[in-house]
Design a protein around this ligand. Structure first.
Ligand code: FES
Length: 286
């Protein structure tokens, strides 16, 4: 890999740019050979350890001053402060993170039956709403098993949750419209355009969700990395002429639209993607 790190700007850039820089540099390091990677990783760990020790001292000093505790709590509500403290293990995962971890744990079991589950809402202090998708929402007897598995996982990760509600697939108005407002959600950095092979695909995990990015020139499409057949990862499939064949049972999909050419009734689940310069961004729902 020939990509060289570009110098970081001297002024304080927006948070998205900082995170993007870190991810871009991690991508560069991932392309280095083993011994170079080890040095870079050891260097990053040493810097992390230094920062963690300093942050610990700051937190200890603040805790010794009860009047300052509120200021610390409100500082941790800032996403970047929270992310850094979480990175160093200095704050507990949020309730939402723990629920997402629980759902991630049961997703392979659901996927093996062609289904999925999504978190609809966390309602502090003790309730969550989830929605079952795909086959999980269609087969009554299987649903009982799925609900029990999801309940057990959430209770293991979040003992404070005592009320797990299942939301059906339609909106509150009863209209079965799956509408994603272009003004909702946040665009997050996924990768750099050159890291996706021309006329090929790249698999990524963003915020715990496996995704498949496909590129044709400067056009990038993104889908959840889950075959519409049984929900298994499709990213290991063979790509030919803008199509990918699922490595498991051979369903073929058009990478520009996600349409399944084997069984036209189904398709890959699309995720909005855009290019900002050479940055590939995907939209995460709010
Ligand atoms: S999981 Fe069966 S074709 Fe993809």
């Amino acid at each position: 890999m020939n990509a060289q790190p570009r110098p970081l700007p001297l002024e304080t850039p927006p948070t998205d740019d900082l995170v993007g820089d870190v991810q871009r540099l991690e991508g560069v390091i991932a392309g280095w050979e083993g011994s170079q990677q080890s040095v870079a990783i050891a260097y990053r760990k040493a810097i992390d350890a230094l920062h963690k020790a300093a942050l610990r001292k700051i937190i200890a000093a603040v805790k010794a001053t009860p009047a300052a505790l509120d200021a610390l709590r409100s500082a941790t509500e800032d996403p970047i402060v929270y992310t850094i403290l979480r990175h160093h293990g200095l704050v507990r995962p949020s309730l939402q993170e723990r629920v997402e971890e629980a759902l991630a744990e049961v997703r392979p079991m659901l996927a093996s039956h062609g289904g999925n589950v999504e978190l609809v809402a966390v309602i502090p202090p003790d309730a969550v709403e989830v929605r079952f998708l795909g086959n999980c929402d269609h087969c009554p007897s299987s649903t009982l098993t799925f609900v029990a598995g999801v309940r057990r996982a959430i209770e293991d990760h979040c003992p404070e949750i005592t009320n797990i509600r299942q939301v059906k697939g339609t909106s509150g108005s009863g209209a079965a419209v799956d509408f994603a407002s272009p003004f909702a959600g946040t665009w997050v950095h996924a990768t750099a355009l050159p890291s996706i092979p021309q006329h090929g695909v790249t698999a990524l995990v963003i915020e715990g969700e496996p995704l498949l990015l496909a590129r044709s020139g400067r056009t990038v499409t993104c889908f959840r990395d889950a075959c519409a057949h049984l929900g298994l990862a499709i990213s290991g499939g063979t790509v030919t002429e803008g199509r990918i064949a699922c490595p498991h049972h051979g369903f073929v999909y058009d990478l520009s639209t996600g349409e399944c050419l084997t069984v036209p009734e189904v398709q890959l689940s699309p995720v909005p993607a855009r290019l900002v310069g050479d940055r590939v961004e995907i939209r995460r729902e709010a």
